[in-house]
Design a protein around this ligand. Structure first.
Ligand code: LIP
Length: 264
């Protein structure tokens, strides 16, 4: 019988395997195979190869489970669903920057219960199991607490669509003067793990999809952070906010009047 912890271990094992393949096969200059929502929203052959490896490994051990992958969409309809981002931070992967990750979450009846985020170039695999904590290299993770908004280092990101970016820049102009500083790492999964590890104090972003934030979101929550949307709504592609309780509410209060859930 699988437990949340054994699901996390399996997700970690598969995320490590995909990471090893990506390192072994990444050419010095990966080629763009296709573009998605805009000419800068890219897919490489290795995004697809990574997802195929992950799908094959999941199907071998858990043939009845459903899988949702960024590149391959939805397959199956079991109670257990694997949510896969084969490379989160594809632009970083393309340019050889260190923040890209393989992200694998496990959901049961719609609730994320386990996850692994392998930030491959950094050699760091973050894991979490619901109710059992978040972990990195055998150490339990705890997010920063008691940080006021004006001392908070906040991670964020931008979409691929120009109209969305125009609004994101406007929102950023309201956030930047109110916080310690901003970081734009380029991978939502890695950003959420950075909240968990206390490397940033908080995160917000409009646009990331369930495969970007499911595993990293659980890692952050199991490290003590709160994740959600504005005005008590759940987080999602419309907006995801994550920080320790206290800072979470302050960040939401700063963001709400800036109306960040719109596109130009
Ligand atoms: C990326 C996110 C990043 C966001 C980008 C993009 P991808 O995912 O993780 O945080 O700012 O717009 O969505 O496209 O590399 O899988």
């Amino acid at each position: 019988m699988e437990t949340f912890v054994t699901f996390a271990q399996l997700a970690e094992e598969i995320a490590r395997e995909a990471g090893e393949m990506l390192v072994a096969k990444r050419p010095a200059r990966p080629e763009v195979l296709a573009t998605k929502s805009s000419p800068t929203d890219v897919v490489t052959a290795l995004d697809r190869a990574s997802e195929e490896l992950i799908r094959t490994r999941i199907r071998t051990v858990r043939p009845d489970d459903a899988i949702l992958g960024e590149e391959g969409g939805s397959t199956g309809d079991g109670r257990v669903r694997w949510i896969v981002d084969p490379i989160d931070g594809t632009v970083n992967f393309l340019y050889g920057l260190p923040d890209w990750a393989v992200s694998i979450a496990v959901e049961i009846d719609g609730e994320v219960v386990a996850g692994a985020v392998n930030v491959v170039p950094r050699g760091e695999v973050f894991t979490a199991a619901r109710g059992e904590g978040a972990w990195l290299a055998g150490e339990r993770l705890h997010c920063n607490t008691g940080v006021p908004l004006n001392r908070a280092l906040i991670a964020t990101g931008f979409g691929y669509d120009a109209g969305r970016r125009r609004v994101q820049a406007e929102v950023l102009a309201g956030v930047l003067p109110a916080v310690r500083d901003i970081r734009r790492g380029g991978s939502a999964a890695a950003d959420l793990c950075s909240v968990a590890a206390g490397r940033v104090d908080g995160y917000y972003e409009r646009g990331p999809q369930t495969w970007d934030y499911s595993a990293g979101g659980l890692v952050a929550v199991e490290a003590g952070a709160r994740i959600g949307g504005l005005n008590g709504r759940p987080h999602g592609p419309g907006l995801t906010v994550c920080a320790a309780p206290g800072l979470f509410e302050e960040l939401c209060d700063l963001l709400a009047p800036l109306d960040p859930e719109r596109d130009a």
